[in-house]
Design a protein around this ligand. Structure first.
Ligand code: PBG
Length: 336
């Protein structure tokens, strides 16, 4: 009996050989940690459907950001929970709103950390839609100047990156023009170019109180069966001046991440959303999956699909695990 020519197991034999032949790696500086910020001082309100996450006042958000930076996490992305909402979502450009306050505190304490501001109206409108209404419809063009105002307010507070998540057409161009007009030509735009009307945003909407009061978001967020449309959206946003593009959610759309990666030359981010996070936690709580391993496996899947950057509620745990591996120089089974 001759021995097999191909012995795939040779490179799987030891942790060292597995690390040596690993094709995809994940580094903490590629991680973006979402933070929910509210008004006040020393406020920490845990979010039940998102274990380990809480609504934080700007002082505690700044402390959290400093700890994340210490662990090597490259960026945070901020979502605002205002105390009042109205039809136009005017709180979105209040310079003393929770997000601008948190940006100033974070940049003062941890200037090297990239601070992203999510820009959308849904947290600030009383009807919960991502733009202003005309009748029962979200009025695209009337929403653009409002998104631009919100973006300038965040840039003025010191945001490095503006990340519009509303899915209005033409918003990247409108935001780019407004930023440039106000002297923020260096502020980066990451567009949520490919954002699907997904069932996986549930816990986020609880956390941010942004569930639409009527209807749904299907007239502006994308239809889940479509992938060619994702390419059109990504190319349109790059054409309007987006410096990076995002695909969201993550795990149900790995093919979309790959397709977008192959068609644009800007960095691609993937957002592992609140429902994906909650789902893994819920199964782990029942003892059905091993959470640390599932966290690593799903995160590396997004990287393998082609995402350069991961927005993930696991950012702290991932950075802790990855950092620990470097310290012991074992590389072990951490996929770094
Ligand atoms: C705001 C926004 C949403 C998310 C990010 N930005 C909610 C939505 O579109 O309903 C979802 C993030 C998550 O679920 O983790 N438009």
């Amino acid at each position: 009996m001759s021995s097999p020519v191909h012995r795939g197991r040779r490179l799987r034999r030891t942790p060292g050989l597995r690390a040596l032949s690993r094709e995809t790696r994940l580094a903490p500086e590629q991680l973006v940690a979402p933070l929910f910020v509210c008004l006040g001082e020393r406020v920490r309100e845990p979010i039940p459907s998102m274990p380990g996450h809480a609504r934080l006042s700007p002082d505690l958000a700044a402390r959290e950001a400093a700890e994340l930076a210490e662990l090597g996490v490259g960026s945070v992305i901020l979502f605002g929970i205002p105390s009042e909402k109205n039809a136009e979502g005017t709180g979105a450009w209040d310079p003393n709103g929770p997000v601008p306050q948190a940006i100033r505190r974070i940049k003062a304490g941890t200037p090297a950390l990239n601070v992203w501001a999510d820009v959308c109206l849904c947290e600030y409108t009383d009807h919960g839609h991502c733009g202003v209404l005309r009748g029962d419809e979200v009025d695209n063009d009337a929403t653009l100047p409002l998104l631009a105002r919100a973006s300038v307010a965040c840039a003025r507070a010191g945001a490095d990156v503006i990340a519009p998540s509303d899915m209005m057409d033409g918003r990247v161009a409108a935001i780019r023009a407004a930023l440039d007009d106000s002297g923020f030509e260096q502020t980066v735009i990451v567009s949520y170019a490919v954002k699907y009307a997904s069932a996986f945003y549930g816990p986020f909407r609880d956390a941010a109180g942004s569930t639409p009061q009527f209807g749904d978001r299907r007239s502006y967020q994308m239809d889940p069966p479509n992938v060619r449309e994702a390419i059109r959206e990504a190319l349109a946003d790059v054409g309007e001046g987006a410096d990076m593009v995002m695909v969201k959610p993550g795990l149900p759309y790995l093919d979309v991440i790959r397709a977008v990666r192959e068609r644009v030359d800007v960095p691609v981010a993937a957002y592992q959303v609140s429902g994906e996070f909650a789902m893994l936690h819920a199964a782990a709580e029942r003892g059905w999956i091993d959470l640390p391993r599932a966290m690593m496996e799903t995160s590396i899947a997004l990287r393998r699909a082609g995402a350069d950057i991961l927005i993930t509620y696991f950012a702290r745990e991932l950075a802790t695990t990855l950092g620990g591996a470097t310290a012991t120089a074992v590389l072990a089974e951490t996929l770094r």
